[in-house]
Design a protein around this ligand. Structure first.
Ligand SMILES: Nc1ncnc2c1ncn2[C@@H]1O[C@H](COP(=O)(O)OP(=O)(O)O)[C@@H](O)[C@H]1O
Ligand SMILES: [Mg+2]
Length: 258
């Protein structure tokens, strides 16, 4: 990968959530899924969002992804206030600025891997021939060149998640949002996926927010650990071991290029 592949940064936080709330009304009950979360993530950071089941992790991630709108508060991503975006602008934001991966892979069963990976480019109106070659390249990058014309059901979980990663990254988003990306994988395969995510973070400078309930996983990969409980931010710790290793890797990569 060349240095020109890197996502440009401009010194502003990549994500700034301010007093973010998402409440759900279920009959008489009000569920405070997200309850006043203020959070900044720097460009190029790899952050883990931790908390037990039901603590609001996915809700926060979906608000950052523009898949959902807050009850109150704001989310600013790359200096764009998501609340100010029209439906069309929000769709474009989801298409170009964010890539998302989920625990359940969410590939389209009736499409081959190549077609799945091409899909975001079809929405982005990339030329057909260019789409095919970019999809091939993206699948090769995650080691799936031989599986391009297979359907998801013919692949292992790890392969499906690799294809989902290729699809998430195909429009070169600045932000990768991952919701329990290794939740359905054995630990070996999970490690393989996490190493790829780390590579994208370090080599492309992509900002990563990963939701997980596994502290050990977060400690191994994330530079910062953010803890949620009952929709509230209850902890924000840097993870010096990973942060230091990342700084060294950057220096190493630069050294190789010269
Ligand atoms: N669409 C929804 N309607 C009603 N309640 C929801 C909805 N989505 C999430 N919740 C509730 O909000 C809380 C937080 O959910 P979620 O963000 O999925 O937590 P986590 O990802 O940490 O497990 C839970 O109590 C959940 O039941
Ligand atoms: Mg969740």
């Amino acid at each position: 990968m060349s240095s020109t592949d890197r996502v440009p940064h401009n010194g502003h936080p990549a994500i700034h959530a301010e007093q973010l709330r998402r409440h759900y009304r279920m009959g008489e009950t009000l569920i405070r899924a997200v309850d006043g979360v203020t959070l900044k993530v720097n460009a190029g950071e790899f952050v883990a969002l931790l908390g037990s089941s039901g603590s609001g992790k996915s809700s926060v991630l979906n608000l950052i992804a523009g898949l959902d709108r807050p009850t109150s508060g704001s989310v600013i991503v790359q200096e764009r206030d998501l609340a100010q975006l029209s439906r069309e602008e929000l769709a474009s934001y989801r298409l170009h600025t964010v890539g998302m991966v989920f625990q359940s892979f969410n590939l389209i069963a009736s499409m081959t891997l190549a077609e799945n990976v091409e899909l975001p480019m079809r929405f982005a109106e990339v030329d057909r021939r260019e789409r095919a070659s970019l999809a091939r390249e993206a699948l090769a990058r995650v080691g799936l060149q031989a599986r391009m014309n297979h359907r998801p059901s013919e692949l292992s979980g790890g392969e499906q998640q690799r294809a989902a990663l290729a699809r998430a990254l195909i429009n070169r988003p600045q932000l990768l949002l991952a919701d329990e990306p290794t939740g359905n994988l054995d630990s070996h395969t999970g490690t393989e996926i996490m190493n790829m995510v780390r590579e994208f973070n370090q080599q492309l400078g992509m900002t990563v927010v990963m939701v997980t309930h596994e502290r050990a996983l977060a400690e191994r990969y994330a530079q910062r650990l953010i803890f949620l409980a009952d929709g509230k931010l209850v902890g924000d710790e840097s993870n010096p071991a990973v942060a230091a290793a990342t700084a060294t890797d950057y220096a190493g990569a630069d050294g190789e290029r010269r």
